[in-house]
Design a protein around this ligand. Structure first.
Ligand code: NAG
Length: 454
């Protein structure tokens, strides 16, 4: 009994697996577009028509009709609908003219309008782990049949002939078309689990968490992305306590990609080293000249130690993995590191540390998409804390430096971060998706890309 109960209820239980780092919802808009383009790319019905005239081994000739040819295949109209828990129901409506020499000797034309229907079951390929559609239960339904047979022929004879002919020949002719189109659709998932580079730092791989599921309105694909350092370990996604959810306000039938803050955080861990920088420039943006004299304006102790102005060298080291947070409409990048100011010395001699501060600051992140990559641009939100770790000029009040360091981060450091972020974060390579048109939305703990078709 238990297993029967389980059949009913287990499907309703929440998943016990780790929360996926990314979710994809494919609505009817995308699926229609994909199947239609697969149909066009495959030129399948035309190919079938061309095949029809050829003698195929193992296929019996049709009684009473020789020299069979198919012409004027009508542009197929495809109608899809989701079957919850199974996949997609597909109906291809088309028409064609079948010509041949009839048993009565004359040329015969049969104009048929037909529907080909099949269930495209959504599976996960055991070998590749990729989602894949497999067609089942293909049927050909005759919508209308017209012939040029003389009208004085008994309808019964005509019907019998057409029935035995068409019902025998059409499924063999048309059902492989459905399978062939699915080959094209399935091919569009083929690159999905390829490792995609994030600069020179590592790769991201969109691995399926489970078999994609079909609901009444969309197909949902859950990803547990693997973020891999170039030479090193995979970066674990922080165990997100929050359940990832799509906001409810998207139109039925539309498609979205959701990327969790935890996933973006793991990706940015790949870039952590490129956020370290040593700045030696004397003039930076709007900042005053970077010398000990400028610094002495905030901390008199510097003037005592360096009566003659020396150029400054600044080293910023990020010592904790950057963290991305998202709240309705706002995303921050939290950075934690050290900022050391040093006095340059003559050529060939190492600069001398003046002081080392620990700094904790937030950047505001703006997202966009360019060429299938998520782009991030940051601006300084707030310097959260500044504390002195060491000093060669004795104790001083580091709070006096808040304004100076804030300006420094904004002018000298944020451009470095934005430069490093230019590599972009790869988006899943699926169904030839054009992400450029996506509308981006920051929601609780995630970024949502509302996908639009060309
Ligand atoms: C054939 O398909 C079209 C389009 O999906 C549908 O409107 C029509 O009812 C179908 N006809 C038959 C006989 O199934």
């Amino acid at each position: 009994m238990l297993w029967i109960l389980c059949l009913g209820f287990c499907g309703l239980l929440p998943r016990t697996q780790a929360d996926p780092g990314a979710l994809l919802r494919l609505g009817m808009d995308v699926m229609n577009h994909e199947v239609q383009s697969a149909m066009d790319e495959s030129h399948i019905l035309e190919k079938m028509a061309a095949e029809a005239g050829k003698k195929r081994p193992g296929v019996k000739p049709i009684k009473g009709l020789t020299n069979l040819k198919v012409k004027d295949v009508k542009l197929p109209v495809i109608a899809l609908s989701f079957i919850p828990g199974v996949g997609i129901f597909q109906c291809v409506s088309t028409g064609m003219t079948i010509t041949g020499k009839s048993f009565m000797g004359g040329n015969m034309e049969i104009i048929v309008v037909l529907n080909i229907t099949a269930t495209n079951r959504l599976l996960q390929d055991e070998e590749t782990g990729l989602p894949t559609f497999k067609s089942e239960g293909c049927e050909v339904i005759l919508v209308s049949v017209k012939t040029n047979l003389p009208s004085n022929m008994l309808p019964k004879v005509v019907n019998k002939f057409l029935d035995s002919t068409l019902h025998k020949v059409l499924p063999d002719l048309m059902c492989p078309a459905i399978d062939a189109v699915l080959v094209y659709v399935n091919r569009k998932w083929a690159n999905l689990n390829a490792a995609m580079p994030v600069g020179q730092m590592g790769t991201v791989k969109y691995v399926l968490t489970s078999i994609p599921t079909a609901t009444a309105n969309y197909i949902q694909v859950d990803f547990s992305p693997v973020v891999q350092q170039q030479e090193g370990n995979a970066i674990q996604l922080a165990d997100a306590r929050e359940v990832l959810e799509f906001p409810k306000d998207y139109a039925t039938g539309s498609s979205q990609l959701l990327l969790s803050a935890a996933f973006l955080t793991a990706e940015l861990a790949l870039l952590q080293k490129s956020f370290d920088v040593t700045v030696r420039d004397r003039m930076i943006g709007e900042l005053p000249p970077q010398t000990t004299k400028t610094l002495a304006g905030f901390i008199p102790e510097v003037a005592e130690a360096y009566p003659k102005p020396k150029p400054l060298v600044t080293q910023i080291r990020i010592n904790k993995p950057p963290k991305v947070t998202m709240k309705m409409g706002k995303s921050l990048l939290l950075l934690h590191g050290t900022l050391e100011m040093l006095a340059a010395r003559r050529r060939g001699r190492a600069p001398v540390s003046i002081f080392l501060l620990e700094a904790h600051f937030n950047l505001k992140v703006q997202y966009s998409v360019r060429e299938d990559r998520l782009q991030m641009a940051t601006s300084l939100d707030r310097l959260l804390s500044l504390s002195r770790v060491s000093s060669s000029i004795g104790t001083f009040n580091e709070k006096e430096l808040t304004g100076f360091i804030t300006d420094y981060l904004r002018e000298a450091y944020i451009p470095v971060i934005n430069d490093a972020l230019q590599v972009g974060l790869p988006l899943p390579d699926i169904l030839d998706m054009n992400y450029n048109l996506a509308e981006l939305d920051i929601v609780e703990n995630a970024l949502v890309l509302d996908l639009k078709l060309d």
